[in-house]
Design a protein around this ligand. Structure first.
Ligand SMILES: [Zn+2]
Ligand SMILES: [Zn+2]
Ligand SMILES: [Zn+2]
Length: 138
């Protein structure tokens, strides 16, 4: 087995776990799930693959209040209207299980543009995630 094929296979295994996860998962969570499935993928590979996907914009990253990064494949398969999910969106994230709801916030977008323009800032971006307890954990 050549190294190249191995990397691809491990990447596919990671993609598969991301696809089946309902919520945001840390690299450690994903690593644990892969091990449970009998995969021999290493934690370093998981981190590296997640970073590549995140840099390419293929998965979403949120940072928990404690700073740990969590990852999720957005635009879930089976969504009735895939075009309803914009590239730029926000999340409601459960603090317990990582379950996420995609939300958009036109008020937030307008507010960000307004305060930035008022201060003379251009090329702005922002990150807004809302953490709480999902209906199952309230
Ligand atoms: Zn998302
Ligand atoms: Zn929950
Ligand atoms: Zn926004």
């Amino acid at each position: 087995m050549s190294p190249r094929i191995r990397v691809t296979r491990q990447g596919e295994a990671i993609d598969q776990v991301l696809r089946t996860a309902a919520g945001f998962r840390t690299a450690q969570d994903l690593y644990g799930e892969l091990r449970n499935q009998g995969s021999s993928v290493g934690l370093t590979t998981v981190y590296r693959h997640l970073k590549v996907l995140a840099d390419a914009g293929e998965i979403d990253v949120v940072h928990r209040p404690d700073g740990e990064a969590q990852y999720r494949l957005c635009s879930p398969a089976g969504s009735a209207d895939p075009t309803a999910i914009q590239d730029h969106h926000h999340h409601l994230v459960c603090r317990v299980c990582g379950r996420a709801v995609e939300v958009d916030g036109p008020e937030v977008e307008q507010w960000a543009e307004r305060v930035a323009a008022a201060a003379g800032y251009t090329q702005i971006s922002h990150t807004v995630e809302v953490f709480g307890l999902c209906p199952q954990h309230s």
